[in-house]
Design a protein around this ligand. Structure first.
Ligand SMILES: [Zn+2]
Length: 456
C-alpha cells in the first residue's frame, strides 16, 4: 500500500546517481536503492557543548559521537527559540517562530496554514509516526499534523511535577519507534523525542558515578524543579561544587539517552536499514549552568548556552561521513536539507535553505539566524545572530572575540546595531505571520506546563 502511494520526483536510481550525496553512493550499475527512510531524534534541552563530539571532556555521548563520525556534524547550529514548542515547530515547518505562530504562553498552535515536514513525507507515500514526550509537543499544539501515529508519553506518576519515570526516557520513545518500524511497509519517517535530560534531573546512580565521585555538598542526587527554583531566586545559596554536581546529574541523564540512541543504531543495522536511512540527532534548545544567574533553566534568554544545539545528520550510505560544517546554520534549514536528501521537493512556504551544497563543500553566504523567546509579550525580544555578531535584548556581542557573550559593545558600535536591527526587521517582515489559532489544551497538560514554569 505504502509503496504504491510513493511518488518520487524522479526514479531513485537516477536520483541517487546525480544527487550531491552521490559521493559515497554506488555507481550507475548498482541496483536501484529503495527510497531512504528518515529517523529524527530530538533530545530536548541538549546544549551542544555537553557532547563529546562538540568538545566536552566528559564521556556523555559515545554513541552520538560515533553517529557523527558516520554522518555530518553541524558545529554552529542555531535554534530559533529557547523553548520547546516554537523551536520544534521551526525544525518541522522551516519557519521562524514569528511566522509559524506557535506559542505556549499565548495559547497558539502551529498555524494550520503552514505545511509540516511530516505532511510532505506522508503525501510522498511515507508511513509517519512520532513517539514523544508531549507537554509542549502535545497534539493540541498542532505538531501532530502529518503523522499517521502521534503518541505522547505520560509520566507514570500522575503529578504536575512530571518528567520522571521510565516513560519519559528516550529509551521508551526508541522502543516504541522500533516496534512501529517493524509494523510498517515501505519508506518511513519517525520522529522520536524525549524530555529525559530536561529538569527535574533524576539520573540513574550508575551513570552519575561516571561523572563524579567526590561530591560532598548538600544538593541531592535527584534535583527537583522546586529546588532549582529556590536556587535561581537566591533562596538557596549554592557553591561551584554544587553547580558542578547539578551539571553532573544532567550529564548522567544524557549518558542514559545516549545509550538509547546506541540501541536504535544497533536495531537499524540488524534490520539492514542503516544504509538506506537518514538518522538525525538534534535538540530544541540548551540549558543554563550558571553562565548567567540561573542553574538548570532555559526559555528566559537568547544567550548561546540556550540557542546552540547539536545537529548530526547521517545520510544514506553514510555519504560525507565525518564532515564537519563550521558555518552557522539554522533550525529552519533542517527540513529543506532532509527533503533534498530524500529527493523530494520542499513546499514553497519553507523558509530555510538546503544545506546539501554546504555539506558538499560549496561556499555559501552567511545567513543570519533570528530567534525570540516564547513570552506573552516580549518587547525586547529582538534577537539576531550572524557568524560574527549577536544582537539581543539591546545588547551586542562580538562572537569572534567574546564567544561567551560577556561584554556588551552596543554603545561602541552603533552602526553594527543599526545594520543588524535592519536585517532583523527585513527578515521578520519578509512574510506575514501565519493565521493564528488558539489551542484546546487538556487540563492535565496545562498543569504540567504550570509546574514546569511555562505558564502562569
Ligand atoms: Zn525543550
Amino acid at each position: 500500500m505504502r509503496a504504491a502511494r510513493f511518488r518520487p520526483r524522479r526514479s531513485l536510481a537516477v536520483a541517487l546517481s546525480i544527487a550531491w550525496l552521490g559521493a559515497g553512493c554506488g555507481g550507475p550499475s548498482d541496483e536501484p536503492r529503495p527510497p531512504p527512510n528518515l529517523v529524527l531524534v530530538s533530545i530536548d534541552t541538549l546544549r551542544a557543548d555537553h557532547l563529546g563530539t562538540y568538545g566536552y571532556p566528559w564521556p556523555t555521548t559515545p554513541a552520538i559521537d560515533r553517529l557523527a563520525r558516520d554522518g555530518v556534524l553541524f558545529r554552529t547550529f542555531v535554534s530559533h527559540s529557547p523553548s520547546t514548542l516554537p523551536a520544534h515547530a521551526s525544525l518541522l515547518t522551516s519557519l521562524l517562530p514569528h511566522h509559524h505562530s506557535a506559542s505556549v504562553p499565548k495559547g497558539l498552535m502551529v498555524s494550520p496554514r503552514v505545511p509540516t515536514l511530516a505532511e510532505v513525507l506522508r503525501e510522498a507515500g511515507y508511513a509517519t509516526a512520532s513517539f514523544n514526550g508531549g507537554i509542549q509537543l502535545d497534539a493540541s499544539f498542532g505538531l501532530d499534523r502529518g503523522f499517521d501515529t502521534y503518541e505522547s508519553s505520560r509520566s507514570a506518576e500522575d503529578r504536575p511535577e512530571t518528567l520522571v519515570g521510565p516513560e519519559t526516557k528516550l529509551s521508551h520513545a526508541v522502543r516504541r519507534g522500533m516496534e512501529w518500524i517493524e509494523s510498517v511497509d515501505g519508506p518511513f519517517f519517525v520522529f522520536l523525542h524525549s524530555y529525559e535530560i530536561h529538569h527535574p534531573y533524576t539520573p540513574d546512580p550508575r551513570w552519575l558515578d561516571v561523572f563524579e565521585s567526590d561530591y560532598r555538598g548538600l544538593v541531592p542526587d535527584s534535583v527537583s524543579v522546586q529546588l532549582l527554583k529556590q536556587i535561581n531566586r537566591g533562596a538557596r545559596p549554592v557553591t561551584w561544587a554544587d553547580i558542578r554536581h547539578i551539571a553532573a546529574t544532567y550529564d548522567a541523564e544524557l549518558r542514559s539517552s545516549d545509550r538509547a540512541l546506541r540501541d536504535l543504531v544497533a536495531f537499524l543495522k540488524e534490520r539492514s536499514l542503516w544504509d538506506d536511512t537518514i538518522v538525525v540527532l538534534v535538540s530544541d534548545h540548551g540549558e543554563e549552568f550558571a553562565e548567567r544567574k540561573s542553574v538548570g533553566w532555559h526559555s528566559h534568554t537568547l544567550f548561546d548556552e540556550l540557542l546552540l544545539v547539536p545537529a548530526v545528520v547521517k545520510f544514506p550510505t553514510s555519504a560525507h561521513a565525518g564532515r564537519i560544517v563550521r558555518e552557522q546554520v539554522r533550525g529552519i534549514d533542517l527540513a529543506p536539507t532532509l527533503l533534498a536528501a530524500l529527493e523530494l521537493e520542499a513546499p514553497p512556504q519553507f523558509s530555510g535553505r538546503d544545506l546539501g551544497p554546504l555539506v558538499a563543500g560549496q561556499p555559501a553566504s552567511d545567513l543570519p539566524a533570528v530567534g525570540r523567546r516564547d513570552k506573552k509579550s516580549d518587547p525586547d525580544s529582538l534577537g539576531i545572530r550572524t557568524g560574527r555578531w549577536k544582537l539581543h535584548n539591546e545588547q551586542l556581542f562580538d562572537l569572534a572575540r567574546d564567544p561567551r557573550e560577556t561584554v556588551n559593545v552596543a554603545a561602541q558600535l552603533p552602526h553594527v546595531v543599526e545594520e543588524l536591527s535592519t536585517r532583523h526587521r527585513e527578515i521578520v517582515e519578509a512574510r506575514a505571520p501565519a493565521a493564528t489559532v488558539g489551542t484546546d489544551t487538556p487540563a492535565e497538560v496545562i498543569e504540567q506546563l504550570r509546574a514546569l514554569g511555562y505558564v502562569d
